[in-house]
Design a binder for this molecule. Structure first.
Ligand code: HEM
Length: 151
């Protein structure tokens, strides 16, 4: 249970921390320091690497989460905060999968084609979804920690 929880929290740290860094630090810095071609190419390369780790994080969160569900609760009722955690995490995962297969795919294609306005539009959509997921991630964290403290 302890080891599963450690892996679970690592998954959350990588995913939520990565979104925080991208949104709060890299986004304004890249906007200030780089012209669109360099900036969009940087995002294409950065997100390709980060998104691979998000897939890993999602897998780790589900594997450890489901493992803890069965080991901690077995046939007992699962507390509502744990269900809420899993539910919001599922919404986040669906949003991420959409970003990966739709606007991120467009970003890659348009950067390749050096079509900067279209690439910029795709990046803007990604930014909005990442902002949503960052807020949802922080809520999930608060639900997980807060519910654990209460329960
Ligand atoms: C972004 C996604 C997630 C975040 C940020 C998150 C966060 C957390 C946190 C902070 C805890 C520690 C609670 C404590 O012991 O104080 C926790 C525990 C746990 N999480 Fe998650 N979680 C996420 C996704 C999931 C998913 C997808 C599942 C289930 C499929 C899940 C199931 C569990 C379970 C069973 C525990 C142990 C609960 C307990 O008995 O205290 N979590 N999670």
């Amino acid at each position: 249970m302890r080891f599963a929880l450690l892996l679970h929290l690592l998954g959350a740290v990588v995913w939520i921390g990565g979104m925080f860094f991208a949104y709060v630090a890299l986004r304004p810095a890249a906007a200030q320091a780089l012209q669109p071609p360099q900036r969009l190419a940087l995002w294409r390369e950065t997100l390709a690497r980060f998104f691979n780790w998000v897939w890993v994080s999602i897998a780790v969160l589900y594997i450890t989460g489901v493992h803890m569900l069965s080991s901690a609760y077995g046939s007992h009722a699962v507390p509502i905060y744990v269900l809420a955690m899993a539910a919001i995490a599922t919404v986040m995962s669906v949003i991420f999968a959409y970003v990966y297969f739709a606007p991120f795919r467009t970003l890659k294609r348009e950067v390749e084609a050096q079509n900067w306005p279209m690439a910029g539009g795709a990046l803007n959509r990604i930014r909005q979804f990442v902002a949503t997921n960052l807020v949802l991630g922080l809520i999930t964290l608060a639900v997980g920690v807060g519910g654990g403290l209460l329960g």
